[in-house]
Design a protein around this ligand. Sequence first.
Ligand code: ADP
Length: 378
Amino acid sequence: MNEFIEFFSDLFTTKYWPPRWKCGYWSDFHGYLYIASELMVWLAYFLIPLIIMNYFARKKSIIRFQKVYLLFASFILLCGSTHFLDALMFWVPMYRFNAVVRLLTGIVSLVTVYHLFKILPQAFKQKTSTELENEIRQRESAELKLAIANAELREANKGLEAFAYVASHDLQEPLRKIRTFTDMAERHGSFEEQGRMYMDRIRAASTRMSGLIEDVLSLSRITGNVERKIIDPNRAVERAMSDLELKIAERKAVINVAPMPKIRGDEGYLTQLFYNLINNAIKFSEAPPVINIDNRMDGDIVEIRVSDNGIGIDKEYVNQIFEPFQRLHARHEYEGSGIGLAISKKIVDVHGGQLTVESEKGKGSTFIIRLPWAFSGK
Ligand code: ADP
């Protein structure tokens, strides 16, 4: 114990040993060769940690295994200082201090080895820059292919929409002629009762066809060029309810609307969406309709649920109802053309959202609109 205390109290003492020049026989050449080599090693071991620390300070945010960098820098610095002390011993024989620095170097070296072992499995898993570059290149090429496919799809859709628009527009003209000539034939010809009945049926069929063409036109008019203003969907619901005022009163419908947050979109389209959903909820119910319009935030998605106590939809058909002209009932049971939900779905689609339904026959239906809160367009 005494030895220990004495050691540390005289840590920097030089009196017990001669300077190294005096130990054994050193020629000047031999001594200075030794000293110069030690100083060169020390200089390199001093500069390397500086470079490591400079790199560390600049890239700290992206460096993994930070502790190992710091340990490595200290380990090299300490190794360097042992070489410096060895050169110094030629004049200043601080053998005790030298021993302590070497002990410290030994401890830090072993701790560095331990940490290196610890990170080795993770380090092996790290991707090399070539692997990362390859991965990025593959991802970029996949993204490019997807962008090209999307652009082609958009072009094809645009073409299809333009075709539907022109075709529907042009089809109205011969239909108008059919109706006009039916009227003229009836006025100028002398038809029996049966002939007049046939004329009525031609007129009714062409009116219905005209309605269907109008439906196709309204569907093709909804394109990706929707407005992206910040709007209040509560207003869209109010406007839809005001358009349906008579029906609501007639069927004594109760509609509960929870206040909705503002969203980005097209108020006209959203009014049409709520009109279609509320109209269906009133139409497809036997009991006095009770309609609840609730909402909640799901991340940056606004989820609006329009639920009713109506006749519900057979699970088997829930996906079909969003297709144009798909109806689950005959026209004499519930009037309609089967275009409302196709239009509604397209409105939600062009807003970057999804329209789905949860329903069971006889247990009401819930239509779920999911819209990105800050929709910025496709
Ligand atoms: P339409 O109302 O003109 O028939 P829609 O496209 O709006 O056309 O609806 C398609 C079909 O989906 C309807 O014919 C009906 O069978 C079913 N449907 C839509 N909404 C509801 C609802 N709220 N409850 C029950 N069935 C519904």
